[in-house]
Design a protein around this ligand. Structure first.
Ligand SMILES: C[S@@+](CC[C@H](N)C(=O)[O-])C[C@H]1O[C@@H](n2cnc3c(N)ncnc32)[C@H](O)[C@@H]1O
Length: 1011
């Protein structure tokens, strides 16, 4: 080891993340990780958590804060990429399979095979490769790498075997770095050490040495909004000390699990697995003793299907509420279609429910329609059933007896459930009915189980009663011991509050009302006395078996009980699935990956509101709840209720309450105030050379002004900002929304510098131009090295432009005599443009000016409208092969285009595209359009006509009509030529017919000018 005293100090050195971040590659890697679903490293601890920040992104941020930006940015980038396993040699280890020596020799040209390989027998191999292995004399020759060839040399040769495809495609094919953690980095340390002047052979060594150079000790990373623990876990895995806190105890529990279960030792894992097995056999023994999950003939219940049942007010019939009667719709050939059939019984005015297996596809299709339907116009659900050939429809709201109460709120006639309730009472409006049981038993021949769906029998009803009685006898005691919740569903902030629907739609008032007797029984048995590690299994079964668990038939697996947290809301449903213990076992015995974290590191997880931070950290990386759609403080009560009484010792120090009023939420004044207090506190608890990284999902336009205000008021200044695409539509199931994460890098603001708006203008312009110049320069340098791919794309450069503007702005405490820390916390008046808004808008405009596409002179660029600039800029990107929707979204914002979708032909996440001249046709010409009377629209119109073989004179006549002042204004005519030229050039590869029409138009205009 190099003596730390001999190492140079990095105390005041700029951090690498303040200069560069390989955002394009990070986007590809983040996307890959997000798409891994249950394969994500920490997901096994709680798949219900929404909005996990990718570990690879967290790693890049933490390392980027520790690594220095040296005099050699190109080398800095190469080393950074090696540490993130983004270099070519790392891909050799990330590839699904490594090439064998014989394959290498068959493929590559190698002058002297003997430089790398030895063969057995030695004589037969030719001197050089490629080798033709089909020769009979080579059939039995074995080839091995020479022992003295280093891993790096091997990989350098093997790299040539990898397909030469763009980075994104490579990432698609490869494994994630953390899946090959043991081997992926072995080749990098010599070059890392040489570049940084350190002596490290692992991340903990690297991190410790860099920490000492920068802060004088192993660095501590803090995250005061730790959520599921993605940031603290990655910091700990890298070797940092960690301080993690969150208001919500469920977040603390997930973070604790990441650090002590996934980050635990092998010994602790073996112990946990033992405890899981014991737990399962204990619960199994209890269930067997009761005999409530077996049919007495060797079959065990896999799932129970329940539905709500009501009395139809029109007919007096009892009707089960089934939106669909399908029970199993398998895609695989071995299983058969199963449906429920309603058999009317006129004497009892009720339906028996038969279960029919092996129905035809037509019968299956007919079973899509059940007894609940939704009004296509108003979306309101209604009950529908047919008696004597007549349909009877009743709105569900009518069944509930909805009415407007004197205070204006909606009320109904449903009975409000009490703490001791766990099922409807006999005279309740909404009853609950078991309508099918899925049974399983081991196959007589071969492996696995066979399954059967059966109708409910008298024995089943007896078993239901047994469960209900057992529960009734134990309920009070179990609630007082905390094995079953007794926590009320808090009602507040109507109409947005999640819990409200639970109460309104069902009369449920306590969290245990979301579980039926069987679910309560199994969960209570699991909850009894289980230690910290077993609580993750408990939350797993709560999530995967509740009265909100859909019975899913869409994925072709033959029907299964789905997770409550399928989306971000707690919605009541009419029919649901309940798991038998057998299908809870996998959840109780979850298997999570193991990445042991060293005992030497200091790790703490606390449930403290962010403003009560009392521990100093060198680096803060945080992901605050910015205007978040996920209402953590509401939905997580679903679990808090089960854990709050008698938490295991490891969790006992946390406040088991969601403390909703303390949560930072929304986007309004309270949000800003909360954020300022939080970030101010972090700034106070950070050394002068500390660094902060704030991540937030890029959603609204006001984000930049908000963040500038928060940064100013917290005593921070921006030193860099980046944009990484972290999700796409399929990841979030939100149509074609692409979501990116903005990453702001911040330092303490030093001194109280003053400036004026006039001076700022110059400074911003210079800083933006420099930033853009630096990044484009880095692109140039990196070309060739990375298969001609850019490190930064235009949107990144644009973002960096904004960042440069924020960097300049937040450097100053006083602008035009105004104290910005005061200005920043001044309450906003809706619709008012504040001083800061004005400054940001100006800065953003300045940044945009620097992004002129090639082919349009800079002096003209400003004269085009926002929509024209948008079209021209994006066409430039399309010509370069870019298709991701987020580019369009970002530039639409940048150019202030109101409705960019009107200019788009496709809005698919990765196949976005502008409308062509032909696709526009005659649209977007009118006054409502942002292209109305623009030169660009007129030119596109002309192209459309030329492609359609309209006569040149007519085309010109229309063009002249479409452009106001065409004759009077020479500049307009020149603009048309400029646009025609530009389009001809950009469209050449995309739409050759339009490109050639553009050339014709240019000539027509020119000739007319001459004439
Ligand atoms: C966006 S999430 C963090 C997600 C996390 N980075 C991850 O990857 O899972 C924001 C977190 O802030 C927490 N939070 C909200 N208000 C808070 C406050 N006043 N103090 C501390 N934490 C708070 C929420 O409970 C939530 O866990």
């Amino acid at each position: 080891m190099i003596d730390s005293a001999k190492r140079f100090s990095l105390k005041d050195a700029p951090a690498l993340i303040e200069r560069l971040l390989p955002v394009q590659k990070l986007s590809a890697e983040s996307f890959k990780e997000q798409m891994a679903g249950s394969g994500k490293t920490l997901t096994a601890l709680g798949s219900y958590w929404k909005g996990r920040k990718p570990l690879i992104l967290n790693k890049a941020c933490i390392l980027g804060c520790l690594l220095p930006a040296t005099e050699n940015p190109k080398r800095d980038l190469e080393i950074f990429e090696k540490l993130l396993a983004m270099d070519d040699e790392s891909f050799v280890a990330r590839w699904p399979r490594r090439s064998r020596p014989r394959e290498i020799l068959a493929t590559l040209s190698i002058a002297r095979i003997g430089d790398y390989f030895v063969s057995d027998p030695p004589m037969l191999l030719p001197q050089s490769a490629p080798v033709d292995w089909s020769k009979p004399e080579l059939a039995d020759v074995k080839v091995h790498w020479r022992d003295d060839i280093s891993e790096l040399e091997r990989r350098q040769l093997e790299v040539q075997m990898l397909p030469k495809v763009p980075y994104r495609e490579r990432v698609d094919e490869a494994r994630r770095p953390e899946e090959v953690m043991d081997t992926v980095h072995v080749h990098i340390w010599e070059s890392v050490n040489a570049h940084l002047g350190i002596d490290a052979y692992s991340f903990p060594e690297l991190v410790e040495q860099l920490g000492i150079m920068r802060f004088g000790h192993r660095p501590r990373v803090g995250d005061t909004f730790c959520g599921s623990g993605q940031i603290p876990f990655e910091a700990a895995r890298l070797g940092c000390d960690v301080y993690a806190s969150d208001l919500n105890p469920v977040a603390c529990m997930l973070t604790w699990g990441s650090l002590h279960i996934v980050g635990g030792s092998e010994k602790s894992r073996v112990e946990l697995e033992g405890k899981q097995r014991q737990l399962i056999s204990r619960v199994q023994a209890e269930i067997d003793k009761l005999g409530v999950e077996t049919d007495g003939n060797g079959w065990r219940a896999k799932a129970f299907l329940y539905c709500v049942e009501v009395r139809c007010p029109q007919t007096g019939w009892k009707v089960p509420l089934l939106p669909s009667r399908i029970i199993s719709k398998p895609r695989t050939g071995q299983r058969i279609n199963v449906i429920a059939e309603l058999l009317p019984d006129v004497t009892t005015k009720a339906y028996a429910i038969a279960i029919r297996s092996g129905v035809t596809d037509e019968e299956l299709a007919a079973a899509e329609i059940g007894t609940v339907s939704r009004d296509s116009k108003f979306g309101e659900a209604f009950l529908i059933h047919r008696v004597n050939g007549v349909d009877h429809k009743t709105k569900i709201s009518t069944l509930r007896g909805d009415f407007i109460s004197p205070d204006g709120s909606i009320a109904n006639r449903l009975r409000i459930w009490e703490k001791s309730d766990f099922m409807p009472r006999a005279d309740d409006i909404l009853q609950e009915r078991l309508y099918c049981v899925q049974w399983a038993r081991p196959k007589k021949i071969g492996k696995g189980d066979e399954y059967e769906f059966r109708p409910v029998t008298a024995d089943d009803i007896l078993r239901e009663k047994l469960v209900q009685e057992y529960l009734a006898n134990n309920m009070a005691e179990w609630q007082s011991k905390g094995w079953i919740p007794d926590m009320r569903i808090e009602i507040g902030e109507a109409p947005r509050y999640q819990g409200l629907d639970l109460v309104r739609a069902r009369g449920w008032t306590h969290w245990h009302h979301l579980f039926n007797p069987r679910q309560l029984l199994v969960a209570a048995l699991v909850n009894q006395g289980s230690g910290a590690g077993l609580k993750y299994g408990l939350t797993g079964i709560l999530n995967w078996s509740s009265r909100l668990s859909i019975w899913g038939t869409q994925d072709g697996g033959g029907g299964s009980v789905k997770n409550t947290f399928m989306n971000q809301a707690l919605n009541t449903i009419y029919n649901y699935g309940c798991r038998g213990l057998e299908s809870c076992k996998g959840l109780l015995q979850f298997s999570a990956p193991l990445f042991p974290i060293s005992q030497a590191q200091s790790i703490s997880v606390v449930s403290t509101p962010c403003d009560q931070l009392a521990t100093e950290s060198d680096i803060y990386v945080s992901d605050p709840p910015y205007g978040d759609a996920v209402k953590y403080e509401e939905i997580l009560d679903f679990f808090v209720a089960w854990l709050r009484k008698n938490p295991p010792p490891e969790f006992a120090g946390w406040v088991w309450d969601s403390r909703r009023s303390l949560a930072i939420k929304g986007e309004d004044e309270d949000f800003r105030r909360g954020m300022v207090v939080a970030y101010k506190r972090m700034t106070e608890c950070m050394p002068d050379n500390g660094i902060q990284v704030i991540m937030f999902t890029h959603q609204s336009e006001s984000i930049w002004a908000d963040m500038a205000n928060i940064v100013w008021a917290s005593g921070l200044q921006v030193t860099a900002a980046w944009y990484v695409v972290t999700e796409t539509d399929s990841a979030l199931r939100e149509g074609s929304n692409v979501k990116g994460t903005v990453i702001l890098v911040l330092r303490k603001r030093s001194g109280r510098h003053k400036t004026t708006r006039d001076d700022l203008a110059w400074e911003i312009q210079e800083e933006v131009a420099k930033q853009i110049h630096d990044l484009t320069g880095l692109n140039q340098e990196a070309k060739g090295l990375y298969r001609d791919e850019n490190v930064f794309e235009d949107a990144d450069i644009q973002m960096a432009g904004y960042a440069a503007a924020l960097r300049v702005l937040t450097r100053y405490s006083i602008i035009d005599g105004r104290d910005m820390t005061v200005e920043a916390i001044r309450p906003r008046v809706k619709g008012e443009t504040t001083f800061v808004d004005g400054l940001i808008a100006f800065a953003v405009d300045t940044a945009n000016q620097c992004l002129v596409p090639q082919g349009i002179p800079e002096r003209h660029w400003k004269e085009y409208s926002g929509a024209e600039r948008f079209y021209l800029k994006l066409l430039d990107l399309e010509a370069k092969g870019f298709k991701t929707l987020d580019n369009y979204q970002n530039f639409a914002k940048a150019f202030k285009v109101r409705d960019f979708r009107a200019l788009m032909e496709s809005q698919k996440a990765n196949e976005a595209r502008l409308r062509s001249a032909r696709e526009f046709g005659k649209n977007e010409m009118g006054e409502g359009s942002e292209l109305h009377q623009s030169a660009l629209r007129a030119v596109l119109y002309a192209l459309m006509e030329l492609i359609g073989n309209v006569d040149g004179n007519d085309v010109m006549a229309h063009l002249i009509l479409n452009i106001p002042d065409y004759y009077a204004n020479q500049a307009q005519r020149e603009r048309v030529v400029e646009l025609a030229d530009y389009l001809a050039n950009k469209l050449e590869g995309l739409r050759p017919d339009e490109a050639s029409a553009a050339r014709v138009l240019r000539e027509l205009v020119k000739n007319r000018q001459l004439g």
